[in-house]
Every structure is written in C-alpha cells, then in structure tokens.
Design a binder for this molecule. Structure first.
Ligand code: ZN
Ligand code: ZN
Length: 411
C-alpha cells in the first residue's frame, strides 16, 4: 500500500493554509527539503503556487550527501557555511516572505563522526542563520517547522519494519498527530487553539514569579521574569498574519529568567542534536547557569553544546505539555524534537523568544538581557516531563499553587 496522494495533498494544504498561512503574493522559502520525498515537495510547491505564491524557493537536503561531506571533506572546511541560502532568506525576511523548515533527517546520521567537525559545522550554521533568526524569533515573518520523513528517521523509529513500511508508518503518525485523520482538520486545529488559549490566559493572569519542578532526579526552581507572556499554538506577524510556527504543537511556553534558575533537572527522553544522541543526562544550575552535568550517552556532545557560547549554558524556554498529550499517548519515541517536545514538559538551553516578554520585540539586546532574556546562537529543547512530575507556581506574594500534578494540568 502506498501513501495516498490525497493524504499528501491534505498535509500540504494544512501546512500552507493553517501552518505558515501563506498569503497570496508572498514568496515561500523551504529549507532542508529531503530529496527522498521529492513527490511531497512537488505537491507542496504546486499547492503554494495555487494559493498565489510568487515564487517557491526550495533548498534541498540529502542525508547521504551530508554524511559523505562529514566523512570526506577537509578538517578546516567545517567552519564554512554556504551563505547564499542565508543571505537570500534575510533579503526575503526584509521583503516579507514566508518560510518553512523541514525536519526529518536521520537522528543518528553523524554517529561516529569526529565531534569537532560536527561542533564546527553547527557553529558555522548557527552563525550564518543568526541574522535571519533575528526576524523569526520576533515573529516578524510567518514561518513554520514541519516534518517530512526520511528513510533514516523512519528506520530509527521503527527498527523492525521493512524500510518502505517504516516510512509509510511514520507518515501515518505524522498525519494523525497533525489531526489529519479527523473529518475537518482545520476546525480541529481551531478547537485545539481555543483550548490552549484558555491555559495561556490563566497563566498570564497569574504571573508566577517562579515555577518549582519536582520529580525523579529533579528539584528545580525556574524564575520567570516580570511581564513574561505565555504562548501556545498561534502566533501573529506585525502585519496581522496569523500562523502556527510548529506542527504538531501541544505546548504552552514562555521564557525563564536567565539568572534565576537553581537546582537539578534530569532529562526524561533522549535529545538528538545535529545527528547525535544525548541520553540519560542531568544538569545542575546555579544563578541560571549550568555548573555541573553528566550524561549516560553523548556526554562530550552535551559539553560541547553547553560551551557553544555563554548563553548556551542558560535556559531560554520553559514549556508545559501534559503527559497525556497525543504524542505521548502514541507511546513512540520519535528521536525528533518537533515530536518529542510535544510529548513532554521541556526546557530549552539557549536563546529565548523575544515575544515571550511584553514589548520584548522593541527592546535592545541589553534591555532584553537586563529583564532576564537569554541570548545564544543555539536553542535546544530537552524533555523533562513524566507522569511523576509536579510543578508549583510561586505567586508574587510568595504563596504556592499547583500547576501540574502527576504530569497533568492541575487547574
Ligand atoms: Zn518548546
Ligand atoms: Zn523550543
């Protein structure tokens, strides 16, 4: 049985209409489109043109070519990044274009590669992308991260299935988690957005000054800055284009105070960073900074990640996701942050989103930092949720209220 074209068509429409919300007359950039799924990319481009796109620019990616580069290219070449892509995107952001990034590369693609090569390449890419990100992190443009399976990713999630079956099974899970199995997916997304808005409204009104996390291997206080804003599902550009930057998305999130995080936190799911896996890790924070860490798998990768720049050892996101979320209920480990982060409460190392502070978009870099916003080239979500996680909110008066009990919303 093949993945039906109707399903791919419905997925393309959901991503373009409800996700990035492509406007007639906009140009669309698509990064990291997998060559393996050229058929889906053709459908996506055709749908975009039918919606009135002026131009669809696709930047292709291929796991095997990427792996070959890391095996054969000279040592000193990994500091370079092909800036024609990032320059075109910055130009596009200034012009008001729309942006999609595809996730779905093999999570263990770079296993066994010299970690200095990977670290150099990650740094070069983050540097090259930083100007574009100054637009997307402020929601100055409509953008979306969505998944398209590769055979390497599918094999990791379903190691016992034949390769073609694994890809097909992964597509089915992506469709279901994006609510495409429902009669009216667009309406289902609107209902979902309304439910999430109820949570963010409540938390925004409470304005907790800190969250206290307790669970196995976790006892962590995360300070929240004054006038922090909780977000979920929907975003909006200054021109009023409403878009959903991640599909699927189940999270409610804001920014932590980068200098008020203390205690220990233990990850509950593995973290895939740039083709390498980090698992079984614990971080200890003092005054907002990681001062101690250990990992059962990938400790070197974790250390390199924390040393990327000063902000990489501080937090930039706190996100709440009930343990009963659809991704969690699937019982699958996706080895892909877009999915696994929506199965679990998580934190992120690295940069914070400007729009998580009231008036954050207007602040200078120093003002943002002064109010507790973290800056870094990197932003890595890591999962800390489970059915044994409890979270309390500390009010300005110093009393505590239940926010999460046993992995579920407590209000
Ligand atoms: Zn998140
Ligand atoms: Zn994040």
């Amino acid at each position: 049985m093949k993945t039906s074209n109707e399903k791919l068509q419905a997925y393309a429409e959901l991503l373009l209409r409800k996700g990035v919300n492509l406007q007639a007359g906009q140009r669309l950039f698509v990064r990291k489109a997998p060559v393996e799924q050229v058929e889906f990319m053709r459908i996506l481009a055709q749908t975009a043109y039918r919606m009135g796109a002026r131009h669809v620019e696709i930047f292709w990616a291929d796991d095997r070519i990427t792996r070959t580069r890391f095996e054969l290219a000279p040592d000193d070449s990994f500091n370079e990044y092909p800036t024609h892509q990032t320059e075109a995107m910055v130009e596009g952001a200034k012009r008001g274009d729309a942006f999609m990034a595809i996730t779905g590369a093999n999570p263990s693609l770079l296993d066994g590669i010299d970690s200095r090569r990977v670290a150099d390449a990650v740094r070069a890419e983050n540097q090259a992308m930083s100007e574009f990100r100054s637009y997307s992190m402020r929601n100055a443009v409509n953008w979306l991260v969505a998944a398209v399976p590769t055979s390497g990713w599918a094999r990791t999630v379903f190691p016992r299935l034949a390769p073609e079956k694994a890809v097909q099974r992964l597509w089915e899970h992506i469709f279901r988690l994006c609510r495409l199995d429902l009669d009216d997916p667009i309406e289902a997304w609107e209902e979902h957005a309304t439910e999430i808005a109820g949570r963010t409204d409540y938390l925004n009104a409470r304005q907790y000054q800190a969250l206290h996390y307790r669970g196995p291997g976790t006892d962590l206080m995360v300070g929240l800055p004054e006038r922090h804003q909780w977000h979920g599902v929907g975003s909006r550009t200054p021109k009023g284009v409403e878009f959903i930057p991640n599909m699927p998305t189940e999270e409610v999130f804001t920014l932590p105070h980068s200098r008020r995080v203390d205690g220990t936190v233990t990850a509950t799911r593995p973290l895939a960073i740039s083709g390498r896996t980090i698992d079984g890790f614990t971080l200890r924070f003092e005054g907002g900074r990681v001062v101690d860490m250990s990992a059962r798998v990938g400790e070197d990768s974790l250390r390199e990640t924390l040393e990327t720049d000063p902000g990489a050892a501080r937090l930039g996101e706190v996100a709440l996701v009930p343990d009963s979320s659809p991704v969690s209920r699937s019982g699958l480990l996706f080895h892909n942050t877009l999915f696994d982060e929506n199965a679990s409460c998580h934190l992120a190392l690295g940069r914070a989103y400007r729009f998580c502070l009231a008036d954050g978009e207007q602040l200078s870099g120093d003002e943002f930092a002064g109010r507790g916003g973290n800056s870094s080239m990197v932003h890595y979500d890591f999962m800390i949720g489970s059915a044994e996680l409890h979270i309390d909110g500390e009010t300005a008066e110093g009393s505590t209220e239940a926010v999460f009990r046993s992995g579920e919303w407590a209000f």
